[in-house]
Design a protein around this ligand. Sequence first.
Ligand SMILES: [Zn+2]
Length: 178
Amino acid sequence: MKAKQRVCRECGGNAKIVHKDYRFIESGLNNVFLRDIEVVVCPKCKSESPRILNHDDLIRTIAVALIDKPSELAGDEVRFLRKFLDEGSGTFAQMLGIDRSHLSRVENGAMAISRQTDRLVRMLALVHEPTLLDKLKRLGRYDAILQHLSAIESKTNPVRVQLDHAENGYTYNLKAAA
Ligand SMILES: [Zn+2]
């Protein structure tokens, strides 16, 4: 593929536009990858700046992917869902019926999430934000998601969340991460 030239915003060098998989760390998660998107890459200062399409749908799709995760949520995933719901940690802890300090230990990874809190975080997200249910319906995962609650592994196994952009919105793929 022929790379187009761009001026790097960081150093003013000659950057180019390439198509590649991009680790979407801007999400606050380190296991989310956007497949084959346009990224402005600067060979001089090594900066990478992704072209993110349809940002709202992207964040929503990451949220449903986490709710669909087959093992318990990691701390940063709980934090992602809390921020997605636009809740402060105090209010969110109250909703979950736990102490605020307990929630921050979970979010920081100092303490594993309990089985009940894990399920409650997922269900709160679904109840709180009905667009997630629409998204699950569109992806054909609506029925699966409740059945799947009983099969969640009681370990926080890391997953790789892969997102593909299509005309009618993002789709997700969950893979076991190494
Ligand atoms: Zn640069």
